[in-house]
Design a protein around this ligand. Structure first.
Ligand code: DX5
Ligand code: ZN
Length: 227
């Protein structure tokens, strides 16, 4: 099943509860946390996640683009996030951190920037519930999808299959009606979309249509048929 996670980075930050409501039917709400150190942008932190989790029934998928996730990630679980993603490039002890996130009751996920290969992390995969492959340089919404990431998505899907893992493979950045099929064919099953959802007249309809597109592409994909 393809999952669509609208990114509130492209929503109106003064009306977050309404914006969450506007994508009813979405699988998760993707919350981009940026600290102006790991990425050159600043967004929101623990108190906003806490309030948002009380304001919506849609589970929160927190993507931490921050330094020192070892210190901060557990606090996002306590704030109500159902899934917490830290960056491989920022984590000092990714295995310990993933175990801590899981022990606190959330799904543990790790993200890779475009220039970070998956191969060094092969043995860590069983510790994770999801792997996030960035398809733009993290920091801003509305950037162009990086096609050159498709081989990494494919290789990651192969590793997941080879190890017989149940984990999800998320793509984030430039995912839209033009690019989502390529991501699904390559092996992604969780799709973050910011501008392609909140930049439209009817965000809920955009979610439905992206999901339908991804499911059609997945049904035809070699990696899904082999399942
Ligand atoms: C970028 C963020 C993304 C962003 C995606 O650093 O991690 O989640 O919101 O926005 P679009 O879908 O517009 O590329
Ligand atoms: Zn994100």
């Amino acid at each position: 099943m393809a999952q669509i996670n609208p990114s509130i980075l492209s929503a109106d930050f003064a009306r977050l509860a309404d914006e969450a409501q506007a994508v009813k039917g979405a699988d998760w709400l993707h919350v981009d946390v940026m600290d102006n150190h790991f990425v050159p942008n600043l967004t929101l932190g623990v108190p906003v996640v806490e309030s948002l989790s009380r304001a919506t029934d849609t589970p929160l998928d927190c993507h931490l683009m921050i330094e020192d996730p070892d210190r901060w990630a557990p606090q996002y679980v306590e704030a109500g996030a159902g899934s917490v993603t830290f960056h491989a490039e920022a984590a000092a002890a990714p295995v310990r951190l993933a175990r801590e996130i899981r022990a606190k009751g959330a799904r543990a996920s790790m993200a890779l920037k475009p220039a970070t290969p998956i191969e060094p992390y092969e043995d860590l995969l069983p510790e994770l519930d999801m792997l996030l492959i960035m398809t733009v340089e993290p920091g801003f919404g509305g950037q162009a999808f990086l096609d050159i990431m498709l081989p990494k998505i494919r290789r990651t899907r192969e590793l997941i299959s080879r190890h017989g893992l149940e984990m999800w493979l998320q793509v984030d950045g430039g995912v839209s009606a033009e690019t989502i099929e390529r991501c699904a064919e390559a092996g992604a099953d969780v799709f973050v979309a910011g501008s392609a959802v909140y930049g439209t007249e009817d965000p809920a309809a955009a979610v439905r249509s992206l999901r339908a597109q991804a499911e059609r592409a997945t049904a035809a994909a070699p990696w899904a048929c082999a399942h």
